[in-house]
Design a protein around this ligand. Structure first.
Ligand code: HEM
Length: 160
């Protein structure tokens, strides 16, 4: 299920080191978020499950198990969590800087190909989070599929 069919090429999830690695990454990231003056106010009210939910969400996007979408939420619900938060570009940049720094600390693979895919996804996802945070309703369908991410290129220009 996790290996890309008929290619023998590992998924980003497998290459990253599996679920334990994603969980270690977000556990440490949110510990650091709570010590960060820029991000602490943004995440002050977050649920105790937030850390693991983000790990499971990204793991699923990277073609790991469907833990997030079957047990914890959906793409629609993930977007819903960002509504009305009015996130700023400065907060987004701080989020990106801290999560990538934490990727180094927990030892996510640092080869150029993996980091290109990781940065590409985090830039894409975090910019959408900022856009969604300015909205009050989710424009996606309730049953919109989870995004997936691989080693290659994005699907085309952004159309608002
Ligand atoms: C790839 C980028 C991102 C992903 C995959 C992501 C994923 C998620 C998920 C899965 C949740 C729901 C957690 C839960 O169920 O409790 C969530 C909530 C949230 N996210 Fe994000 N997020 C991203 C980027 C960002 C950024 C850049 C910020 C702010 C700088 C942000 C701020 C928040 C906030 C404030 C919440 C709600 C926290 C609460 O429960 O009060 N997110 N995000």
């Amino acid at each position: 299920m996790n290996t890309q069919p008929n290619t023998g090429i590992p998924t980003l999830y497998e290459w990253a080191g599996g679920m334990e690695k994603f969980e270690a990454w977000t556990d440490l990231f949110y510990q650091r978020v709570h010590q960060d003056s820029e991000l602490e106010p943004v995440f002050r009210g977050m649920s105790p499950e937030h850390t693991r939910h983000v790990a499971h969400f990204i793991a699923e996007v990277f073609r790991g198990p469907s833990t997030y979408s079957t047990e914890e939420g959906s793409h629609y619900e993930m977007i819903h969590h960002h509504l009305g938060k009015n996130l700023t570009e400065q907060q987004r940049q701080r989020w990106i800087g801290l999560i990538l720094d934490t990727a180094d600390i927990v030892g996510l693979p640092d080869d150029p190909e993996f980091r290109s895919a990781l940065v590409g996804y985090l830039e894409w996802g975090s910019r959408l989070a900022v856009i969604n945070s300015r909205e009050n309703i989710v424009s996606e369908q309730v049953d919109a599929p989870m995004p997936t991410w691989g080693w290659g290129e994005t699907g085309g220009p952004y159309i608002p």
